[in-house]
Design a protein around this ligand. Structure first.
Ligand SMILES: [Zn+2]
Ligand SMILES: [Zn+2]
Length: 453
């Protein structure tokens, strides 16, 4: 069956709009749009029919059937309609023509879809867009049945036509390019024959920086109350939080103000314990701001405001734009990159300087550039699997402050449990400083002073 006969077959049974007709033969006409292809087919078939009728090779009824379905609601074919009238051909079949069987005239009214999308992004800053569609099963099933019925093999789907045409128009009208891999805005249409919805997916803004934690007693990120899991209870004073404040919660408000994001996620290059300060050049972090309305930020100004508000508690610096890829990198590097710690250690037994120096000499021999085996510490065993981690200790410097009070500067592989390296955790970390000192050691104060990144 040639294309014309197939088109006539279709119109004997259903009315479809020129967009959908063009779609049926999408792979057969390159560099044309579906509407161009559909209208061209209709025009050439109409001309052919007239010719056949005028040469009396087709009867009136046959011509009327085909042409009237075709020229329905299609202003371009009014001249053809006049020809039919002149020929005295009745076109009562016009009354049967309703909406397009395949798209229910959705393609004839796309501006509604476009205007709604434009309305949704009126107050949002973005540089690129993409349109995605999820047609409901009624549309998909009807199309599948139709394709099988007329043996249509080279069509373009409802979804792909919609995405391209709507995407192109939105892009032109808003003057924002379409971006296929990672658009700032994704318009996600859910479409039925009668109604539709748009979900707006706004790409997160990622800001990288480094933070210092200048006080002890606050966690890096906010923890939900263990008792109520965040719902709010008497124990947490109905805050839903285990700790009153965190580094994350001190940093984020200014970013929320600026971006009008709906949510955020704090990604640190590892984390220090609650009672550990983060000094020196600070710890790298990336703040992910979800669904931001503003993407161009005055980072210097935000940094100044965060630091002024939180003077003496935390400090941030080196702010810059980042991305999702770097979040993955920051997480994976946390386990391997070098960290330097300053530790204040109290020994049970007092040492003179000679004994101290002898211990330090031995400590350096045993630990420097060597591996230690650390079983999951007792203090975190309730939330971490019990495994043995092998960590390298790179460098140790020590000084005696009092006969039983020492300061260590220890450079280690990321993820080393420092408190356990010092006290041995009842034999779970081997070897440990306590073993060398032959005395129980207590980690009095711990600071991170450098995180390599
Ligand atoms: Zn249609
Ligand atoms: Zn609670």
């Amino acid at each position: 069956m040639n294309i014309s006969s197939k088109v006539i077959e279709i119109y004997r049974k259903y009315y479809i709009c020129p967009h959908c007709l063009g779609r049926c033969f999408a792979l057969l006409g390159t560099a044309t749009t579906n509407i161009e292809r559909g209208n061209s087919l209709l025009l050439s078939i109409t001309m052919e029919n007239h010719d056949l009728y005028l040469s009396r090779k087709k009867d009136k009824e046959e011509v009327a059937l085909v042409n009237l379905r075709i020229l329905a609601e299609n202003a371009r074919f009014i001249p053809a309609k006049k020809v039919l009238e002149n020929e005295g051909i009745e076109y009562t079949l016009c009354n049967e023509i309703k909406e397009c069987y395949l798209c229910n005239d959705i393609y004839l009214n796309l501006q509604i879809y476009i205007d709604k999308a434009k309305e949704l992004v009126k107050n949002i800053e973005f540089n690129s867009i993409l349109v995605g569609t999820s047609p409901d099963s009624e549309i998909i099933n009807r199309e599948d049945k139709f394709k099988a019925e007329f043996n249509i093999l080279s069509s373009e789907s409802f979804k792909s036509h919609f995405n391209r045409v709507v995407g192109k128009t939105i892009s032109t009208e808003l003057n924002k390019p379409a971006e296929f891999s990672n658009p700032d805005i994704l318009f996600l249409y859910s479409i039925g024959f009668k109604n539709f919805e748009i979900e707006l997916i706004i790409k997160s803004v990622f800001i990288a920086g480094r933070y210092n934690k200048l006080i002890r007693g606050i966690p890096q990120t906010h923890w939900m109350c263990r008792n109520c899991q965040g719902k709010g209870c008497e124990i947490c004073n109905f805050s839903g939080k285990q700790y009153e404040i965190s580094v994350e919660e001190l940093i984020t408000p200014e970013f929320f103000k600026e971006t009008q994001a709906t949510d955020s996620k704090f990604h640190g290059a590892g984390r220090e314990d609650i009672d550990v300060r983060m000094l020196g050049t600070g710890r790298p972090f990336i703040l992910e701001l979800k669904s931001p309305k503003v993407r161009t930020l005055d980072l210097d100004n935000i940094e100044t405001r965060v630091n002024q508000t939180n003077a003496g508690k935390i400090k941030i610096c080196d702010l810059r734009y980042s991305n999702k890829k770097e979040v993955i990198r920051i997480k994976s590097k946390a386990e391997t990159s070098r960290k330097t710690y300053k530790v204040l250690v109290e020994a049970e037994k007092e040492l003179n300087l000679e004994e101290f120096n002898k211990n330090i000499k031995e400590l350096k021999e045993i630990f420097e550039n060597q591996q230690v085996n650390q079983r999951t510490p007792t203090r975190v065993s309730h939330r971490r699997a019990d495994i043995i981690r092998k960590k390298i200790i790179y460098k140790i410097e020590a000084k005696q402050i009092k006969p039983n009070l020492f300061q260590f500067i220890i450079e280690t592989q990321g993820g080393t449990y420092i408190k356990e390296l010092i006290n041995g955790d009842n034999g779970k970390t081997i070897p440990s400083f306590a073993e060398i000192f032959e005395s129980p050691l207590i980690c009095k104060e711990l600071d991170v002073i450098n995180v390599d990144y």
